[in-house]
Design a protein around this ligand. Structure first.
Ligand code: C2E
Ligand code: CA
Ligand code: CA
Ligand code: CA
Length: 276
């Protein structure tokens, strides 16, 4: 069965999800998912709020399971973090995303950014920088088109190591965005310390716009802070015109969300670029 809550993920009952057996079998099968080429990336457009042009795409991972259909990242990334499988999976995501960027470029649409999510154990992966450098090189891609979305927790957990890693990444020329901004730690100190290029406003705040007073205030504050630090602010989870209007009014730079497009497969992403 398909289609639940607006996503095209396979549908599971609570009961199925909660059994230990299910959990274990997914964990075992995850080992084969990479080698059997069952992982796929979908791409969600990022839109400039003023011009409404596509300025980039975020690569979002899915597991095309042979019997269960499309599995959401929330169902297997935590498992992959536990087993350490996230490390080779992240390598695959980086390589695949860079290849896709080359495909867009070869189709005449090279002027868009590719955003990739990096989380958890991958930050402590000693080969991360080299893997990124190699992927960018192999795709003959300008590194400035690659944006890494890092979560706030990572920046806080290990500031010394983080600073080193960010310096290395910056020297490759890639862009850095802070993902899910506002839901993690409230210390904003690191924004001064680390050279980041952008912030992504988490969709839990965007959801309440424009009627929820506290969500509106939080989003307004994040945008104002981002602007004062000269960071590009992208709002995620934009589903309605009302939300978009609020964000535009407040000076948000870019947005992503079902209002414009769901995440789509590689083929559809290239057609979308060709249409615009
Ligand atoms: P995220 O990075 O915050 O990605 C945004 C999520 O919001 C995506 O869910 C996207 O499909 C969903 N979304 C986009 N627009 C809307 C909207 O208008 N309304 C609503 N309700 N949702 C929207 P998805 O694809 O299920 O990914 C969930 C999370 O899994 C991501 O959250 C990210 O943390 C993680 N993830 C996805 N791909 C990767 C990956 O390649 N590597 C790593 N490490 N994590 C990944
Ligand atoms: Ca993200
Ligand atoms: Ca996010
Ligand atoms: Ca999120």
């Amino acid at each position: 069965a398909k289609g639940k809550g607006g996503n095209d993920y396979a549908f599971y009952t609570e009961e199925m999800n909660s059994t230990v057996v299910e959990h274990l079998s997914l964990k075992n099968q995850l080992h084969k998912a990479l080698e059997q080429e069952e992982l796929v990336l979908h791409y969600q457009p990022q839109i400039d709020i003023e011009s409404e042009r596509i300025i980039g795409f975020e690569a979002l991972l899915r597991w095309q399971h042979p019997s269960r259909g499309l599995i959401a990242p929330a169902q297997f990334i935590p498992l992959a973090e536990q087993t350490g499988q996230i490390v080779p999976i992240t390598h695959w995501v980086i390589k695949t995303a860079c290849q896709q960027h080359a495909a867009w470029r070869d189709a005449g649409h090279g002027e868009v950014r590719m955003a990739v999510n990096i989380s958890g154990r991958s930050f402590r992966d000693p080969s991360l920088v080299e893997v990124i450098a190699n992927a960018v090189h192999a795709a003959k891609m300008d590194a400035a088109y690659l944006e890494l979305e890092l979560t706030e927790t990572f920046l806080i957990d290990n500031p010394e190591q983080t600073l080193q890693l960010l310096k290395q990444l910056k020297s490759l020329g890639v862009r850095i965005a802070i993902d899910d901004f506002g839901i993690g730690y409230s210390s904003l100190n690191y924004l001064k310390q680390f050279t980041v290029d952008g912030l992504k406003v988490d969709k839990i705040f965007v959801m309440g716009l424009p009627h929820d007073g506290s969500d509106s205030n939080i989003v307004r504050a994040i945008i104002a802070m981002g602007k004062s630090l000269q960071l590009r602010v992208t709002a995620e989870g934009v589903e309605t015109l009302e939300q978009l209007a609020f964000l535009r009014e407040e000076g948000c730079d870019a947005f992503q969300g079902y209002y414009f497009s769901r995440p789509i497969d590689a083929e559809a992403s290239t057609s979308l670029l060709a249409q615009r």
